[in-house]
Write a protein that binds this ligand. Structure first.
Ligand code: PLP
Length: 405
C-alpha cells in the first residue's frame, strides 16, 4: 500500500509510489538492477530464525550485510566462472586474501606461501598473521614443487600460492601442489588475479580456494575496488560465510558488485585482446637492442613456458622487461610515453606502465629487491585493448626519446 494522497509532505517524500515502483521491479530489464537497499521489508513477523540464517533461501533477504541480491548474483556468477560451488564478494583483493587466511588457519598453525606473492599479501602474512595472530609462515620458492614439499609439516593449515607472480612472472605448478596439499589434508588457495578465470582455473586443477582482486581484470575498467573468493569445499564455505557476513562484515557494496557484473560480460573478449597485444609487444621487446630481457610466459625463452602452456589457456597480458640503460633513461622512457599511462594497478582496458623499484616494489629493501631481479631499470607493463600499432609506436617514441635515434 502506498500512503494516502492526503498524507503529510514528509510521509509522501518517503513513500509516494515507492512500493508500486518496487513491486513493479520486473519490467523487462535485460540487466538486473542494482539493489542498494540496506534492509528489506518483510510481509510478516518471522516465526522462525531462518532469515538470520547465514545461507538464506533464494529471495530471502533481511539485511544487506547478510545477503544482497546484486552481490549474490555476482557471487553466483563468479562461482560458475571459477568452477566452484560458492563465491564471496568482499571489499578488496586484500580482504579476499585475509578472509582466506582466517577461514583456514588458527593461532599456532603454519602457512606455506610462495615467497613471490603480491606485496600486500606478503605484508599481511608477516605483519598480521605472524606478528599479531601467532601463525607462522614458511615462505618458499614455489617454482620448484619440491621446495613446497619440503616446507610442509603437521602444523601446516594452508598452502597459499599465486601464479603468475608480480612482476617477475614466476609460475608454480598448481596441479602438483594441489596433490601435495591433498596428501597433507590441507587446502590450497591460489591468487588467480593475473591470469583471470579466462586463462586459468585453479579449482579445476585441484585447488580448494581461488582468490581474485576484482579491481583488476574482472572489473576491467579501473573504476572499482573489490575481491572475490570462490571455493568448492563445504567446510570452507561455512567459515567464509561466518567471516564475511558476521565476524568481519566484509562485503562488496552493491554498486561495485554491479560494476564487476557488468565488467565480467566482456571479460573474455577483453582478456583475449589484451593477451594478443601483450604477445606482440613481448616479441617486439625481445627483438629490441635496448632491452636485455623480457619476462612473459608466452615467450619460448621464459623458463616456465612449458608449464604456462600446460596449466593456462593463454599467457596473460602482464609483462616485464629490463632496459639496457641508466635509471635516468628508464625514467625518460616511461615519462615520454603518450598512450601508456604511468600508473600502478593492472588489468584495465587502458595500458599502464610502471617502474617497480620506484613504485609498486619501492618498499622492499633495495638490496633484496635487486637480488630478486628487480633492478632500477626493470619495467612492468599491463597491456590494454588499444590498437597494437599505437602501442608499438608509443614504445618506439619512448626508445627514441630515452636513447636517441
Ligand atoms: C592487486 C592485487 C591484490 C590486492 O587487491 P586489492 O583489490 O588492491 O586489494 C592481490 N593479489 C594480486 C595478485 C593483485 O594484483
Amino acid at each position: 500500500m502506498d500512503p494516502a494522497e492526503d498524507s503529510g509532505f514528509s510521509t509522501r517524500s518517503i513513500h509516494a509510489d515507492e512500493r508500486e515502483a518496487r513491486e513493479g521491479v520486473n519490467v523487462g530489464d535485460v540487466v538486473s538492477p542494482i539493489h542498494l537497499s540496506s534492509t528489506y521489508e518483510l510481509d510478516e513477523v518471522p516465526t522462525d530464525t531462518s532469515l538470520m540464517d547465514l545461507d538464506p533461501g533464494a529471495g530471502d533477504f533481511l539485511y544487506t550485510r547478510l545477503g544482497n541480491p546484486t552481490r549474490q548474483l555476482l557471487e553466483e556468477r563468479m562461482a560458475s566462472l571459477a568452477g566452484g560451488t560458492d563465491g564471496f564478494a568482499v571489499s578488496s583483493g586484500t580482504a579476499a586474501v585475509l578472509t582466506t587466511v582466517l577461514a583456514t588457519a588458527r593461532p599456532g598453525d603454519e602457512i606455506v606461501a610462495f615467497d613471490d606473492l603480491y606485496g600486500g599479501s606478503l605484508k599481511l602474512l608477516s605483519a598480521l598473521a605472524e606478528e599479531r595472530l601467532g601463525m607462522s609462515v614458511n615462505f618458499v620458492d614455489a617454482r620448484e614443487t619440491d621446495n613446497v614439499a619440503a616446507a610442509m609439516s603437521e602444523q601446516t593449515a594452508l598452502v597459499l600460492m599465486e601464479t603468475p607472480t608480480n612482476p617477475l612472472m614466476h609460475l608454480c605448478d598448481i596441479e602438483a601442489i594441489a596433490e601435495l596439499a591433498t596428501e597433507w589434508g590441507v587446502p590450497l588457495a591460489v591468487d588467480n588475479t593475473f591470469a583471470s578465470p579466462v586463462q586459468q582455473r585453479p579449482l579445476e586443477l585441484g585447488a580448494d580456494i581461488v582468490i581474485h582482486s576484482t579491481t583488476k581484470y574482472l572489473n576491467g575498467h579501473s573504476d572499482g575496488l573489490g575481491g572475490v573468493v570462490v571455493t568448492d569445499d563445504p567446510a570452507i564455505t561455512e567459515e567464509m560465510r561466518f567471516l564475511q557476513r558476521i565476524a568481519l562484515g566484509n562485503v562488496m557494496p552493491p554498486f561495485d558488485a554491479y560494476l564487476v557484473l557488468r565488467g565480467i560480460k566482456t571479460l573474455e573478449s577483453r582478456v583475449q585482446r589484451q593477451a594478443s597485444n601483450a604477445a606482440a609487444l613481448a616479441a617486439y621487446l625481445d627483438d629490441h637492442d635496448r632491452v636485455t630481457s623480457v619476462y612473459y610466459p608466452g615467450l619460448e625463452s621464459h623458463p616456465q613456458h612449458e608449464l604456462a602452456a600446460r596449466q593456462m589457456s593463454g599467457f596473460g597480458a602482464m609483462l616485464s622487461f629490463e632496459l639496457d640503460g641508466t635509471p635516468k633513461q628508464a625514467r625518460t622512457f616511461l615519462e615520454s610515453l603518450e598512450v601508456f599511462a604511468l600508473a600502478v594497478s593492472l588489468g584495465g582496458v587502458e595500458s599502464l606502465i610502471e617502474l617497480p623499484a620506484n613504485m609498486t616494489h619501492e618498499s622492499i629493501d633495495p638490496a633484496i629487491r635487486r637480488e630478486r631481479g628487480i633492478s632500477d631499470t626493470f619495467v612492468r607493463v599491463s597491456v590494454g585493448i588499444e590498437d597494437l600499432d599505437d602501442l608499438l609506436a608509443d614504445f618506439d617514441r619512448g626508445f627514441t626519446t630515452a636513447f636517441g635515434g
